[in-house]
Write a protein that binds this ligand. Structure first.
Ligand SMILES: [Zn+2]
Length: 142
């Protein structure tokens, strides 16, 4: 059983099996711009996406009415119900590390399949992407 099959079993989301993750370039650019504008504050959004032909495609961001002024932003989103098309999350780290905090890992394990963290200097190279367990997973920009 591969990882995604296992994920599907655990989450009851067997329709959401995928082999690859594609993120639209426009979404990446939007994330970079918002991270820069929000600096030195953290920003967080949910990722909108769909699985089709075993490819998870991220097509947009969903913003929530959260207080984005501190590290607890992630936990506030944790309290929100996920909409049907939200498949994961993205947030910024005002600092050099894109490693998930303990709170991030807790959040990742509860919600969504794919999570992005963008650290300074807020470029494509400073984005790291994780699965529900906080393992780094690859993605393609399309
Ligand atoms: Zn974080």
């Amino acid at each position: 059983m591969n990882l995604n099959n296992l994920l599907g079993k655990i989450l009851g989301t067997s329709k959401l099996e995928f082999d690859e993750i594609h993120v639209e370039g426009e979404v990446i650019d939007e994330i970079i711009n918002i991270a820069k504008e929000s600096h030195p504050n953290e920003f967080i959004a949910l990722l909108e996406g769909k699985v089709k032909d075993r490819i998870l495609k991220i097509t947009g961001l969903i913003f929530l009415p959260t207080d984005v002024s501190n590290e607890s932003a992630v936990m506030q989103v944790f309290m929100e119900p996920l909409s049907t098309n939200s498949i994961g999350s993205v947030h910024s780290h005002p600092g050099p590390s894109a490693s998930p905090s303990d709170a991030d890992l807790h959040f990742f394990s509860k919600k969504g399949l794919f999570h992005m963290i963008i650290a300074e200097p807020y470029t494509r190279d400073s984005i790291r992407t994780y699965d529900s367990w906080g393992n780094i997973i690859d993605y393609k920009i399309i």
